[in-house]
Design a protein around this ligand. Structure first.
Ligand SMILES: Nc1nc2c(ncn2[C@@H]2O[C@H](COP(=O)(O)OP(=O)(O)OP(=O)(O)O)[C@@H](O)[C@H]2O)c(=O)[nH]1
Ligand SMILES: [Mg+2]
Length: 355
């Protein structure tokens, strides 16, 4: 074996890997009296997982204990080549994967998806070094980046000479009817526009009653519609108004039939501006499902409710990152008409980066 190893070293150098050793007998009769031999197969480890470039099979008479030594040598060589491979792989990993910084932690704490968070803080660590490690400056830069994610913010724009029709759609209990009441009160009472309400939520008697009460208090007319045709006629009847707000029944994202009905209802008038109402208390994964399923109704804007109840607003940023849809309003409590405001990008970015 010593002689075989010397050959291996001479032929293939010190970094040769021993792939295989075998003992066998040569000569003799029926396997007896033969000469004991050892076979060593070795290769040079230049590229991992590539077939050996050069093989050397050497046979030499067996010396005592040499096979055990060969096994140890083999293991040592294999371990050293594995270590080289692992070091190479670790060296090739992108440096950003090692990121963990107070700002990254803050984004993750606010439920921003890790991939989005990593993108947002890319390069900020360097900027941070430039500004002398001032966390305040790095944070400000991050707020700017988040602000830039909210480019499209657009509430309800009313043209005094024409009638705007806005429908709110969304899952059950997210605050559609309450938000309709807030919008109606603000546009009718604070801004003096001519407003009408239509409810297509005839699923529950209480739902109709709820909007009727709001209509009476605000002093705007309310219509109840039971079919797409009735909706079309009701919108037509109120063409003298400047804003017609349409309330719809809450729909489950898992019920495709209900969503198709809603789509059919809204398709009676291509001018209807549809806002998908999402509660900020909804988990991101569920919100994603809601947006995907309600997309058959082609909502033009997202409206976020229950900001006062949400532990963080990461869902808003995650959604906007994936769906570049306009944002309209956010609601901040149960009070009609006060707890609603037009979203502003800087304010929202600061709210998202809550400590
Ligand atoms: N905390 C808080 N509660 C809200 C907000 N908006 C609505 N709510 C409450 O949420 C509950 C449901 O509101 P609704 O307006 O009836 O919700 P909806 O989406 O019309 O419900 P369905 O018609 O049943 O689908 C009510 O108790 C509202 O007062 C908000 O911004 N913050
Ligand atoms: Mg409702």
């Amino acid at each position: 074996m010593a002689e075989a190893m010397a050959h291996v070293k001479q032929d293939l150098g010190r970094d040769a890997v021993i792939l295989h050793t075998r003992r066998f007998k040569k000569g003799g009769i029926f396997g007896f009296f033969g000469k004991e031999m050892v076979e060593v197969m070795a290769a040079i480890d230049t590229v991992a997982t590539v077939a050996p470039k050069k093989q050397s099979i050497i046979a030499a008479p067996l010396a005592a204990n040499i096979v055990d030594d060969a096994k140890i040598t083999t293991l040592q060589l294999e371990m050293s080549s594995m270590r080289k491979m692992i070091e190479q792989m670790v060296g090739q990993l992108p440096k950003n994967n090692k990121q963990s910084s107070p700002l990254m932690d803050l984004l993750i704490k606010n439920d921003i998806e890790p991939v989005i968070a990593a993108n947002l803080i890319k390069g900020l660590a360097d900027d941070n070094a430039i500004v002398g490690g001032d966390q305040g400056v790095a944070r400000k830069l991050l707020v700017d980046r988040i602000t830039n994610c909210f480019q499209k913010i657009d509430g309800i724009t009313i043209l005094p000479s024409s009638c705007k029709t806005v429908a709110l759609i969304g899952p059950t209990g997210v605050g559609k009817t309450t938000t309709i009441a807030k919008l109606a009160a603000n546009f009718a009472l604070k801004e003096g526009y001519k407003v009408a309400l239509i409810t297509a939520d005839t699923y529950r008697i209480a739902a109709v009653e709820q909007l009727k009460i709001y209509g009476d208090i605000i002093g705007v007319p309310i219509e109840i519609v039971y079919s797409p045709d009735e909706l079309k006629n009701a919108i037509y009847r109120h063409k003298d108004k400047q804003l017609v707000l349409v309330d719809t029944a809450g729909r489950s994202p898992g019920n495709h039939g209900q969503l198709e009905e809603l789509q059919a209802l809204l398709s009676v008038d291509p001018c209807i501006e549809t806002h998908l109402v999402l509660s900020t208390t909804t988990k991101y994964r569920d919100a994603l499902e809601i947006v995907n399923k309600f997309s058959i109704c082609s909502p033009q804007k997202f409206l976020f409710t229950k900001v006062d109840e949400a532990s963080n607003l990461g869902t808003i940023l995650n959604l906007v990152y994936h769906f570049p849809t306009s944002l309209s309003y956010m609601t901040t409590g149960q009070s009609v008409p006060d707890d609603i405001e037009l979203i502003t990008s800087t304010k929202l970015a600061n709210m998202i980066l809550r400590d």
